[in-house]
Structure formats: C-alpha cells, structure tokens
Design a protein around this ligand. Sequence first.
Ligand SMILES: O=C(O)CCC(=O)C(=O)O
Length: 319
Amino acid sequence: MVSTSSDISSIKAFAESNGASPIPSNYHSFADINDVADADGLAASIPVIDFSFLTSDDPQIHTKTVDELGKACAEWGFFMLINHGISESLMEELMKKSREFHDLPMEEKKEFCDNGDPFSPIRHGYREVAFEYCEKITVIARKLMQGISKSLGLESSSIIDSSGFDSGLHFMLVNLYPPCPQPNLALGLPSHSDVGFLAFLIQNEIGGLQVKHEGKWVNVNPIPNCLVVNIGDQLEVVSNGSYASVLHRAILNNKDTRISVVVLNGPAQDKEIGPAPKLLEKEKSLFKSIKYRDYFQVQQKSRFSEGRPLDQIRNSALQ
Ligand SMILES: O=C(O)CCC(=O)C(=O)O
C-alpha cells in the first residue's frame, strides 16, 4: 500500500514501520539530487583549518592561519576545523543523547515541542551535555570571529563588539535522518544557508552533507572528530559580500540513520547588522542594515524557498 503524506505524523515512525515502501510523492524533491560534482576531486580540496595554529603564540603561525581562514571563507564559505580542543568523549555523549531524544515515544517528545516561536527554546533532559558543548563552541566561535575580522582588515574584536556577540543568539539543532527506501527521490534537508555568523556541525559516522561550490554540489566527508564550519548570512552582510554564506543540503541513504547536531551563533537580537563601516570606506554597501531579530524572522519564513533570504535586504545594483 502506498502511504499518503496525511498518514505520516513522524518520518521516523514511518521509516520504522514501512521499511521499503515507496515514499509518498509529496516528499519527492524538485531538486536534482544526483547533480553532484566529481565527488572525490572537489571534496578533497575542502579547506582544513587547524585551530591550534590560529591560537598559536607564534605570530607567524597565527598570521598564516588567519590568511588561510580568510581564503577558506572567501573561496568556500566552509571549512573543517581540526585540533579544536573539544574532547571526543563530549562529542560522543552529545550524539548519544541526541539519539536518545529522538528515540523517545512521540507523546514524550511532544512535551518538548516548541509553539512555533523560534525564540521559545525547546528544553530537554540533555541540557547539561548540550550546555557544556555549546559553551565550548562559543569559545571557539569567538576566536574564529577574531581571526575572520583580522582577515578582513578589521580590528580583531570589531565584529564581536559591534554585533553584541557575547550576548548573541545561539541555537542548537538536532537532526535525525532515518534510512529512506528511495534516497534518489527525496532530500533530508533542502538547499539553504544559515542565519548568524558561523554554524558548527558534527554528525555520527554517516555522511550526507553537501555544500555548493562554484555551482556544483560537493559531498562533505568530514575528517574524524573535526567540526564542520560554515558561514552564515550575517557574516556575508558584515563582510559586505566578501565571505558569502554557503548553500548546503542533506541527502539521504537507504541503510543507516544519520544524526547531525548543528550549533549556530550570531549577533544579539536587538543589534542592527550591516556591512562593517570600515569596509564601506572603499566599497559600496551591498546590504541594508537590519536588526538581527527582524532578519531572523525573514529567514525563518523563506529559508527553504526559491531565492535566498539575503536577497530581501540586498541593495539593488542600481542604487
Ligand atoms: O544535517 C546536515 O548535514 C545539515 C544540517 C543543516 O544544514 C541544518 O540543520 O541547518
């Protein structure tokens, strides 16, 4: 029997009880899922940044790494971060708790459902491990933001100070992708860019993330225990387009359940975010300034639609 979308209250439950049944047609993606670049060639050239070099006391090593960071942001909007100092055991514990959460009975999970308001956080019992992990990510994000500021020719604390980063909005998303009997027909997550400055992703050992690079989808095969980092929309705005937020998506497979945990960090909600004034001494402003809270709402409404949410605050070419 072919299920219809109205029979499905949970993709996970559907996958568990329907095994190899065809997926309902409204889950079919309009995107060309097989449109992937020469997988190994480009995937192998995804930039790798060594966090211990960025924080090195040796000015030469630090400066070289700042340059590499700037290049990764400009050319890919995306990189893998190694030697970041977060222990393997903490990352494993986070994955374990994430799996446990998704395995709760639906009725119990509903207790943690949000009410449609993205500013109303969902609370769940793995608060401690999530909190510890997010705290560590924030420290790393801060250092990266300092390096990124420098790579743009700004003071290292410039973006952090002007955006209220230290009281900024941080999110954690926990995605579960059950096996899909027809992975060539549906996407786990359609193409989108992220809000905020930087997004940090870890996953269980199952691949599925793809990034768009020079018009092609590239498979990401993360180095074990690295943090996969991508640039979000507010960094594109602050850098006046020099560091573009990268489109990415998640594909499915028909064998294994994939889990990914994403931490997004960004400006304080009430801060107006626009291109850094120093950059506008030499460049035309590509974006209008907008309060982060307001941009966040724009992005939530149009995250997966045609066009990019950023287009809504882009200054027209004629201005
Ligand atoms: O699971 C992934 O690989 C992508 C997750 C993602 O992009 C998101 O949660 O916004």
